[in-house]
Design a protein around this ligand. Structure first.
Ligand code: GLC
Length: 750
């Protein structure tokens, strides 16, 4: 993909000179203004808000233009006391506010417009967790570039993405927004998205800055409850949660969003260790730290700030540069400086970072948006095709008993049953502020497209998502009995996943399990298409269904993609990036776990009559499906692993390969995975760690030797002294189709 992505994390002397020249002219009030980000609209009663949003949908207007403007926003911009606006996506309104900033304020500093563009702007791609299951960074880079192109056309300069939180707890609704449980895969996806968002060849020379989030550890909330307490070791922080952020910065990200959570008693927005020591001392990163929404104000309910003034003091001294909607800096920062409590140089440094980003984006030269641009770059055919490819590659075939799939269109009378079969809005998933449900293809439409109008296809929802209506079992059974194959589309609605959507019970919502049980009794072959923003705990369904496809929330082309897979026009290649639990009781269950002193594979203790081991007495330890798992319509054979470098030195690389053969009858793409294990370390090491993956497409019978090169520098960890260390010793290496199987070898680090 384009390698001319722009970097916002390097100091450009010309920009630094301009920043200093501007800073010296600024009053304290104007400096504080640069650190204030607000929404552009006033508050509305919920039902009035919904009415206005519906009105906007009907007229195609932006919802900002139908909302009342934020009281006093023009004066605030004119006085230079607001430096950024969020969730504004309307070129005319952006130009209106920029004109006030450029032409009516004293110094003419442009606004920076930020917005949540998480998996597409208008061309909505699959949710990020689904996209990560493609294991296809180049595709995610292209998708992010499309999103940047469409967002930039309506005046957005700053996307609050990628979300790079490592999520190992599917009770947490925001696992939907990330790249799963593994830091190494997360690093690859973070880099791809940053490069895509910050592409240097957007239309009209527009630019977009990425903002990786939520820094840091947000995915480790206790009990999978959103915003909940995080209490993890520094080693886990450094080896699991920080790496994707460091990778995003290495790809050029020049801003980051601080998270809501505390870490070990210190909320991140007041946490000098992660915001100061790690970001600034260790990483020397010069970017902007933007707080999450009201996160500074939330230091009060966290119980570390008695009032908003104290919250402002804690946050600015810890290193939060810009206050998103907390009103803490707007109200108290100048006062804190005036009282000598906050040195002005601290404010200056925050302002430098903001001005640096605005200049890097070219906003001083190009503050206004070409209002005709949006029509040229939105929902283009090539972008819709990319969304289809992303949806196809993101879906994971979990089961295909007797190769029931692919179906042959027109040969079988199909019954399509389930509350998501004709759904559209739900397929957009969470965080799709600007997606439009009328642009989504439903599964019903996708299947009809394959079958043509004459084919026998009967459809009924069978139940609602909420399960608030009784199921007409007789009609459901009759429909199923008349069909050769039943296709069910079941799962979570879009508002059952995402922020503040943690679930304690991860089964099918409503009465969908009952609906499945009724259909299963009809005794016909059943294909289940599951949708949702997380793995679902549906062991009985998976046992009884003949085929199960996890389609996640697949974006505007989901219906077409699902039909393409069901009828064999696309061969599934998606692989899970999050382990699939058997029960909520196993959570957190992830492949990169530690061995413990009493592993299942070990002898356990002989203290009692039976060997006591780290296990459950009512379930296996392993997940139902492992990280990296996904079936294809063909089969792949792995053989002949060769460790070309049995010993590597302190600057060497491991070179290892294996032969992969397509032993089936369909052309298919396999994601070949490489894992290592550091057998003995100065601290306990995970039993497996992903350190490489490659997608290979093979014709039937075709074989290919897949080769990996892993730098010794990727084999280190945070040692006893909290420094990154690479230790000599024996390592194991696997090349395989997922985290639980593969060819094994070993090598030494000298
Ligand atoms: C939300 C989310 C964050 C988002 C921000 C602005 O609460 O936590 O991901 O970017 O507020 O909408």
């Amino acid at each position: 993909m384009n390698n001319n992505a722009i970097r916002y994390n390097q100091l450009d002397p010309a920009i630094e000179t301009r920043v200093e020249a501007l800073l010296t002219q600024m009053t304290l009030a104007e400096k504080v203004g640069q650190l204030v980000q607000v929404v552009p609209f006033g508050s509305l009663e919920p039902d009035e808000m919904l009415k206005r949003i519906q009105e906007a949908k009907e007229t195609g207007a932006s919802f900002q233009s139908v909302f009342p403007p934020r009281p006093g926003i023009n004066e605030d911009i004119r006085n230079g006391t607001v430096g950024s606006i969020l969730n504004l996506a309307d070129a005319a309104l952006v130009n209106q506010y920029q004109r006030i900033a450029l032409e009516e304020s004293r110094l003419g500093i442009p606004l920076i417009i930020g917005s949540d563009v998480i998996h597409g702007f208008r061309t909505i791609f699959p949710i990020p967790l689904a996209e990560s299951c493609t294991w296809h960074p180049a595709l995610l880079e292209q998708a992010s570039r499309v999103a940047a192109q469409e967002a930039a056309a309506v005046g957005i300069d700053w996307v609050f993405a990628p979300m790079v939180d490592v999520g190992r707890d599917p009770r947490w609704g925001r696992v939907a927004e990330g790249a799963g449980e593994d830091p190494f895969l997360g690093m690859a996806m973070a880099q791809a998205r940053v490069r895509g968002f910050q592409a240097g060849d957007l239309a009209n020379g527009r630019r977009v800055a990425a903002c990786p989030k939520h820094y840091v550890g947000y995915g480790a909330g206790e009990a999978g409850r959103d915003y909940n307490t995080v209490d993890i070791s520094e080693r886990t922080l450094r080896d699991v949660h920080l790496p994707p952020f460091k990778a995003a910065f290495a790809a050029g990200a020049g801003s980051v969003m601080s998270s809501f959570n505390e870490i070990g008693g210190v909320p991140v927005s007041a946490n000098g260790f992660v915001l100061g020591q790690v970001l600034r001392q260790e990483w020397q990163w010069p970017g902007v730290v933007l707080s999450d929404y009201e996160a500074i104000r939330e230091l009060i309910p966290h119980g570390v700030a008695a009032d908003l003034k104290e919250a402002a003091r804690l946050a600015i001294l810890a290193g939060v540069d810009m206050d998103m909607m907390g009103d803490a800096y707007h109200q108290h920062l100048a006062e804190l400086v005036g009282e000598g409590i906050v040195p002005e140089v601290v404010v200056d440094e925050a302002v430098r970072r903001v001005l640096r980003l605005k200049m890097g984006l070219g906003l001083f030269e190009r503050p206004y948006v070409d209002e005709s641009l949006a029509a040229q770059v939105t929902l283009r055919p090539e972008d819709r095709q990319l969304a289809l490819q992303a949806a196809q590659e993101s879906m994971v075939l979990l089961k295909n008993e007797g190769n029931l799939l692919p179906l042959s269109p027109g040969k079988e009378h199909l019954a399509l049953i389930g509350p998501l079969a004709a759904a559209r809005r739900d397929l957009l998933g969470t965080w799709t502020l600007f997606g439009r449900e009328e642009e989504v293809e439903s599964v019903l439409a996708g299947i009809q497209g394959h079958l043509g109008s004459e084919a026998a296809l009967s459809h009924m929802p069978g139940s609602t998502l909420a399960g608030d209506e009784p199921i007409d079992a007789a009609s459901v059974v009759a429909l199923a009995e008349n069909a050769d194959v039943v296709i069910m589309v079941l799962g979570e609605g879009h508002n059952m996943s995402g922020e503040a959507r943690s679930r304690a019970c991860l089964g099918l919502p409503g009465r969908q399990q009952e609906l499945f049980d009724i259909v299963a009794q009809a005794g016909k072959p059943v294909v289940v298409v599951l949708m949702g923003g997380r793995p679902l705990i549906v062991p009985k369904l998976i046992e009884l269904a003949d085929a199960v496809l996890m389609a996640w929330h697949g974006g505007i082309r989901a219906g077409q993609a699902i039909a393409d897979i069901l009828f064999g026009a696309a061969n599934p290649s998606g692989k899970l990036t999050t382990s699939w639990p058997r029960a909520e009781g196993q959570i957190p269950v992830y492949y990169g776990h530690k061995n413990t002193g009493r592993p299942m594979e070990g002898t356990g203790t002989t203290q009692f009559m039976e060997p006591f081991k780290s296990r459950y007495i009512d379930l296996p330890n392993e997940p139902l499906f492992p990280f990296g798992y996904g079936l294809s319509y063909t089969t792949f054979v792995y053989r002949d692993l060769i460790v070309e470098t049995p010993v590597i030195d302190a600057n060497g690389s491991l070179i290892v390969s294996a032969m992969i053969q397509n032993s089936g009858s369909h052309t298919g793409t396999e994601v070949v995975q490489l894992y290592i294990r550091d057998v003995v370390g100065s601290v306990t090491r995970p039993v497996k760690q992903l350190r490489g993956f490659q997608r290979v497409t093979l014709q039937p019978d075709e074989e290919q030797r897949v080769r990996f090169e892993v730098s010794v520098h990727d084999l280190g960890f945070t040692g006893l002294d909290k420094q990154y260390v690479i230790e000599p010793g024996t390592f194991k290496v696997w090349i395989g189709p997922n985290a639980s199987e593969g060819l094994v070898g070993d090598f030494e680090v000298a």
